[in-house]
Ligand binder design. Structure first.
Ligand SMILES: NC(=O)c1ccc[n+]([C@@H]2O[C@H](COP(=O)([O-])OP(=O)(O)OC[C@H]3O[C@@H](n4cnc5c(N)ncnc54)[C@H](O)[C@@H]3O)[C@@H](O)[C@H]2O)c1
Length: 246
């Protein structure tokens, strides 16, 4: 992993930051692609203080031009992209279908799913040229089970799981692996975007009876991004304390 270059979207805080920190421990050069430039700058300082080589490129991953500019910048700086972690995401709040607005549906799809399409498409050319690369997306158990009051979110994450499976097959013989993880409830500020009822619904379903930690997601993402997972592609790994039923 030493010297490889990783883009971590939404890497300024929480799960994305933990992933960046874990990859940096292996000597991976980190690019945080986050919409929050201030938090990204702080995260870059914290990673650098820990010995990492890290930069933040302020990016709105739901904006194709912003994603393309960010990847062009990474290629200019480093000449290669070895790892893409599609982590950034939003919940869209808690509401039943009959209270969902067009705007909320569109925004959740744009940030959680279309952005993954944009980012994968932007890096796949350079990865195919080098016949090497690993893409890991952060989906959600919601994308497998379908959580009530989180309908757009659940659908977007199901899309990420399916995008993973389809793209993995397209590049399976080209040295590029594509996988995703499906966390259950992880202790991050994202939980504040949902009602207490929604969070409770998801939490009581976790057989281990506790919330996950960002570092527990990061460890699985690191495995999937590394050569340890050299025969693993098109998979969705659960990080859910046993929640998934398939
Ligand atoms: N926390 C959980 O319980 C949980 C469970 C399952 C899956 N996930 C998934 O894990 C990922 C990270 O979640 P988290 O809990 O760390 O969230 P978080 O809200 O703590 O952090 C999300 C990060 O993404 C960034 N971001 C948001 N919109 C962006 C955009 N348009 N462009 C670029 N960056 C953007 C934010 O600035 C922030 O740094 C998300 O995809 C989420 O759906 C989280």
């Amino acid at each position: 992993m030493n010297g490889r270059v990783a883009i971590v979207t939404g890497g300024a805080q929480s799960i994305g930051y933990a992933i960046a920190e874990r990859l940096a421990k292996d000597g991976v050069k980190i690019v945080l692609a986050d919409i929050n430039g201030e938090a990204g700058a702080k995260a870059t300082v914290a990673l650098s203080e820990g010995g990492a080589q890290a930069v933040c490129i302020q990016t709105d991953i739901s904006d194709r031009a912003s994603v393309d500019a960010m990847t062009a910048d990474v290629l200019k700086r480093y000449g290669q992209i070895d790892i893409l972690v599609n982590n950034a995401g939003i919940t869209g709040g808690s509401a039943p279908l009959w209270e969902q607005t067009d705007e909320n549906w569109d925004r959740v799809m744009a940030v959680n799913l279309t952005a993954v399409f944009y980012a994968c498409r932007a890096v796949i050319g350079p990865m195919r040229e080098r016949k090497s690369g690993a893409i890991v997306s952060v989906a959600s158990i919601a994308g497998k089970e379908g959580n009530p009051t989180l309908l757009p979110y659940s659908v977007s994450k199901a899309g990420v799981i399916c995008l993973t499976k389809a793209l993995a097959k397209e590049v399976a013989t080209e040295g590029i692996r594509v996988n995703c993880v499906a966390p259950a409830v992880i202790e991050t500020p994202m939980l504040a975007q949902m009602s207490a009822e929604t969070v409770n619904y998801m939490t009581v379903k976790i057989p281990m009876g506790r919330l996950g930690k960002p570092q527990e997601v990061a460890a699985v993402v690191r495995f999937l991004a590394s050569d340890d997972a050299s025969f693993v592609t098109g998979q969705c790994y659960d990080v859910s304390g046993g929640r998934a039923t398939y």
